[in-house]
Design a protein around this ligand. Structure first.
Ligand SMILES: [Zn+2]
Length: 221
């Protein structure tokens, strides 16, 4: 007797279904389950390091300030930083994506700790955004004309200093394409401030809370 050819196909399909592949993919929204979000007591008090403090650290481990942005790739001590799965670089209109190794490592460690903290606190993932890094003397001068906070002795000229936004964060897309509930910027700022406070207390950096500029100004040490 001749069995119809279709039988093996049906059998295989039935087996696949039994293994669960026929289950409909969960595409529901990933909700937050916030817990243990503490923040810091005061942004001003917890991140008080003034320019003199940061400048001393910048001079101790940084490069000599250089004239033009084009010089940066030729400075041996520098490491190139690029947007990656941990953090995002903003449009660098007045800075270059080169920093000393201590600063490169610090950026990555902060970014990873931030993602870990969000997961531990039941929040959907976001990346930090680096809004500024190293500036050539020329770039710093251009900024000084339009920005009161860009002092002549800017730590940004030493390759040790970078700014992380506390206003903007980049949501990490879900790998299965599920929509994700947003996390408010205020909550993300609280989580980031816990990470930064820990890095500062571990003596890895000096930090100034910049209220008007919407960032944390950080110098590796
Ligand atoms: Zn800054």
């Amino acid at each position: 007797m001749k069995l119809p050819k279709i039988t093996p196909i049906i059998t295989v399909m039935a087996a696949i279904c039994l293994l669960g592949s026929c289950k409909k993919k969960d595409m529901s929204m990933k909700m937050n389950d916030p817990h243990n979000i503490k923040g810091v007591i005061s942004y001003q008090r917890d991140f008080p390091d003034d320019n003199d403090t940061q400048l001393a650290a910048a001079k101790a481990i940084g490069v000599k300030p250089f004239n033009k942005a084009e010089d940066a790739p030729n400075i041996k001590q520098f490491k190139l930083i690029e947007s990656n799965e941990h953090y995002t670089l903003d449009d660098f209109t007045h800075s270059v994506p080169y920093v000393v190794p201590q600063a490169a490592k610090l950026i990555d460690d902060i970014a990873v700790s931030f993602l870990d903290s969000l997961a531990n606190k039941g929040l959907n993932p976001y990346r930090i955004i680096i809004t500024s890094a190293t500036r050539s003397k020329e770039q710093q001068q251009q900024l000084s004309r339009s920005n009161i906070n860009a002092t002549e002795n800017s730590t940004h000229c030493y390759g040790t200093t970078f700014d992380i936004s506390w206003k903007r964060f980049e949501q990490v897309a879900d790998k299965d394409g599920r929509p994700m509930q947003e996390v408010g910027a205020d909550t993300l700022k609280m989580v980031l401030s816990e990470v930064l406070r820990d890095a500062r207390l571990a003596k890895r950096c000096y930090i100034k809370y910049e209220r008007r500029q919407g960032c944390f100004h950080i110098t590796a040490r």
